[in-house]
Design a protein around this ligand. Structure first.
Ligand code: ZN
Ligand code: ZN
Length: 248
């Protein structure tokens, strides 16, 4: 009998080790990082929106985003709050290497890609803590989706159930494509992506086919540049319908 107990202990230890290993290397498996959300009930509008920054950004960026959001979503938010910078625990993020990407690139470049679920848990906690209806994270780290294995590098992703989204600025910079820095263009792209992801939180997961609509899916930065900041007439109707449903 003691022998059996010993084996049980051993198996438990291995299980713990395995779990730690999975978190450390960031295998992109949907259950890799199960999200805990104590307040997951549906969105109520108008609401409070929080923006959390992962990394160092120009302080004017928040104000510029806020200005556009207030213009486009005029009465959807009571307040748009700057949640400041977040220093995430290095042990969670520093080893988020995606094996497939390394193999695909076949180079010695150590590119770290971060599964969005790791962001989501931090965001969910922050959303609850700050009493927000929705929350958005802005980062200059490369991210990959924990929900869709086929997307390696993302501009942004939204988690409707948990009312949060993540936007990666890395691929929005001209320097990423070895082109000269263009700060104005970069800011415009960031704002469009923020408007787009928040649009998903409000009107749902569908994309628009209208080339100039902010709700169109963008495969690359050129497609982002072709879009406007605003919704097309069809998407505006969707926004109005939401407003009528929530009666504000
Ligand atoms: Zn989208
Ligand atoms: Zn549209």
């Amino acid at each position: 009998m003691p022998k059996l107990q010993k084996y049980e202990q051993k198996i438990r230890r291995y299980k713990e080790k395995l779990k730690k290993l999975i978190i450390r290397i960031g295998i992109s498996y949907p259950k890799e990082f199960e999200l805990k959300d104590e307040i997951s009930e549906k969105l109520l509008l108008p609401c409070h929106l929080g923006i959390l920054f992962f990394g160092d950004f120009d302080i004017t960026l928040f104000e510029k985003i806020k200005f556009r959001l207030n213009e486009i979503y005029d009465s959807y938010f009571f307040e748009i709050r700057n949640l400041g910078g977040y220093n995430f625990p290095i042990k969670l993020f520093s080893k988020g290497v995606k094996k497939e990407y390394r193999e695909m690139k076949k180079s010695s470049d150590k590119i770290k890609i971060h599964p969005t679920n790791k962001f989501y848990q931090i965001l969910i906690n922050k959303r609850i803590e700050e009493n927000l209806g929705m929350i958005i994270a802005i980062t200059d780290l490369p991210i990959y989706s924990s929900n869709d294995d086929n997307i390696l590098f993302l501009f942004g992703e939204t988690h409707l159930k948990h009312r949060c989204c993540v936007i990666s600025l890395l691929k929005l910079k001209e320097q990423f494509y070895n082109r000269p820095k263009n700060h104005h263009l970069f800011e415009q792209r960031v704002i469009k992506e923020v408007v787009h992801e928040i649009g998903h939180l409000i009107i749902g997961p569908d994309h628009c086919l209208n080339k100039s609509c902010v709700m169109r899916f963008s495969n690359d930065v050129k497609e982002i540049d072709k879009k406007l900041f605003n919704f097309c007439n069809e998407c505006k109707i969707k926004l109005i319908n939401v407003r009528e449903r929530y009666n504000f």
